[in-house]
Structure formats: C-alpha cells, structure tokens
Ligand binder design. Sequence first.
Ligand code: UD1
Length: 426
Amino acid sequence: MSDRFLVTGGARLAGEIAVAGAKNSVLKLMAAALLAEGTTVLENCPRIQDVPLMIEVLRGLGCEVTWEENVGRITITTPAEPNYHADFEAVRQFRASVCVLGPLIARRGKAIVAIPGGDAIGSRPLDMHQSGLETLGAETSISHGCLVAEAEHLKGAHIKLAFPSVGATENIVTAAVLSEGTTILENAACEPEIVDLCTMLQQMGAKIEGVGQSVLTVHGVEKLNPISHRVIGDRVVAATWAFAAAMTRGDITVTGINPDYLTVVLMKLQSAGADVDTWEDGFRVRQESRPVATNFQTLPYPGFPTDLQPMAIGLAAIAEGESMVTENVFEARFRFVEEMVRLGADAYIDGHHAVIRGVEKLSSAPVWASDIRAGAGLVLAALLTDGVTEIHDVYHIDRGYPDMVAQLQSLGGEISRVSDETSASS
Ligand code: UD1
C-alpha cells in the first residue's frame, strides 16, 4: 500500500514556483561520475525518490556518495576500479539505472546491469543500447536477467540510430568518450538533458562536437577528470506548472528553467488561450478564460515531450471543443486515460490517437497513478473536479516531483497526503 493524495477541485492556482534540477539529467550525471576516478560534485539536485535509488546503485558499484538534500548537492567519490556489476535490487526499481552501462564498459571493459523492470508506458527495449555498444566493439547478451556487455577495448565507429533514443544516445556517448578513435553518432537525441550530459563530459575533458545536434562526433580520450557541475532545471516539472496555470485559469511564474527548452510547449499553451511571458531563466503563464481545444503530437525534442502527454490530455479534457492528442514515442502511454475517464473526461483512444471532447467540469473519483507523469496529470485534472479526488499510488509522483504537496499548496491548491495509517498530513 502506498500513500494517497486527496485533491479538492476548484482552486485557481497563482504564485511563484522555483524548479530544481531535472530528474532526467541528474540520474545520468550521477552515472557519468563513474567515468572519472575522484570526487564529482553535482549541484541543484532535486529531492525526488529516484535520487536515493541511484545513490544505492553507485554505492553498490563502490562509490562513496553523500547527498546534502537541503542544499541540493550530491558528492560522488569514484574508486580507481568501480565494480562492474549493478545488481538487481536497486536497478530493477527505475529505468534510468541502465545509464551506468556506458560508463562501466568504458571504465572496466565489462558491465553487468540488471534489466530494469517493465513500465506502464510501454515495453522499452534496450536493442539500440546493445547494438550501439556492439558497433563500438563490445559483445552483449542477456543472461540471468542482466544485460552483459564486454569489450577488450572499445573502438570509435559510425553508428546510426533507428530512432533518437535518449537512453541509447547517453550510453553510446558515455562509452565513446573513453574509446580509441572517433565515434560518429547519427540521429542522436537532442534533448536538453543530453546537452547537459555532454557539457559535463566536456568539462571532464571529453572531446565532443555537435552537442545539441543530431550528429554527435566523439573523439575518445585516455582519461577524464572529476569536476563540479550544476544540473539544468527540470523542464517537465516546469511545464507541469504551466499546464496547471492554463487549466485552472490561474497565473503561475516558474523560475529556475530556461524557457527555450519549452518553446513548443509554451506555444501550444498560447494556442489554448494562455498569455505567456518568458525571460532568461523563467516564464509566466496566465489564463483568463476556459482553454480552447488544442491538438498535441508527441515527438522527440524539440517536439512536444511525451512526458507531458498526460498534461495535454488533462487540458483537452476541460477545454472548449474537441482535441486530438497523438502519441508517437511510447506505445502504451495512453493506458492512464481510463483514469481520466473515471474523472469524467470524454475521451476515446484509436491506436496512437486520443480524441477528447472537453467538458466544463470533471467529477471527483478514486483514481490510480500508473507512472510519474500520469500521476501528475491526474493531480492537475483533480483540480478541475467538483469535489475531493483520491489519487492512489502516489509513490510514482514522488519519483519525479519534489514536494508536490507543498508546492501545490503554495499556489493555493487544496491537497493533502494520506498515509496507510490514514492520518492526513502535508
Ligand atoms: C527517456 C526519459 C523519459 C522520456 C523519454 C523520451 C529518462 C530517465 N527517461 O526515456 O522520461 O519519456 O526519454 O523522451 O531520461 N527504444 C527502443 N529501443 C531502445 C531504446 C528505446 O525501441 O534500445 C524505444 C522506446 O521503447 C521508446 C522510444 O524508443 O518507444 C524512445 O525511448 P528513449 O528515448 O530511449 O526513452 P528513455 O531513454 O527510456
């Protein structure tokens, strides 16, 4: 049994929120610390549940790790020879653990990484991670629930990804930085979190060209050095608050985020009727009247992020008119829509399209979060209901949203956390 949220609908959210570092960056940067012997320091780390899990993985690999939660600092001391076996218990709990694969094979010539468990958003195979490492000269196999990769030494090569996979790009780059010679990676993912990783690797001494573009050229070096690095802001959390403003006809200012990461998202909110102002490290979203129906299509960056698809469905559910949301990245990401329907959304799914006819008000009901972003989408939808919505399995939300309850309360939302013992607390 996990904690629940009780969300009372009706509030118009207003105020200012500072976002912390990105989940999808910090976990990868922590893994990248394995590439250099010595002490790496990461600043602006978010207080989310995936961070202690990654700390457990790194400790299992022989690193010393401290996490100063209050100041957002993680300090990782990597030994000369980290272990190469990331064991099942910690790894199976979250997908990002697979990003230790590239650094381990680069440092140790061998990596055994337990295959992360299934996910409610799709099957998430690792074939591109494997074939990329194989092109660099590794042998890979699946054995006893683990992905095993071995290479006497890695050699730069020309790799073309069939799809710009974020995880495969990260594992290939982190393996290539210590390979012999030059690797050219075509159709690489361009997400800001990949740029953050490449920037950190460059600071460590890696030679990477084309950062932020779809062709990355990596000239292997012999050794990398540990450094200090500040994690970029979390664009998905920032955008969740932007959707909250638009959906509740509110007025929210978000700081700690480069709005360039959200160009398409903010444009879409403008189409739905929001006023948007941006500046160097923040933005403000205001919505006066009921949002108008808007179509969304998820795509790799710089397209509309799949991680915001549940928020798009939430907006469409209460917008005036009919919207279509198309999911192009994860095949099973619409599973949570049945929870939206439980809240009164008028939605049906046809393959990878969802058609949603907006209603004026949703209707409170018990619902279940199936993954981090679906959970956040349900919280936003619950704000538009006519009563108290009980959201179960909120441990998913804790994996990616620091202090969701306190942050929502600070904007005027009515929300409380209820633990198994049924004692309500914030
Ligand atoms: C990362 C993010 C996740 C985000 C996703 C897409 C982390 C921890 N997670 O996930 O929040 O939703 O990017 O922006 O950073 N695929 C294959 N074979 C592979 C690898 C991927 O078929 O070897 C497929 C996946 O099943 C999916 C698509 O490619 O359909 C995109 O996946 P990918 O970009 O790799 O996502 P993740 O890195 O897992």
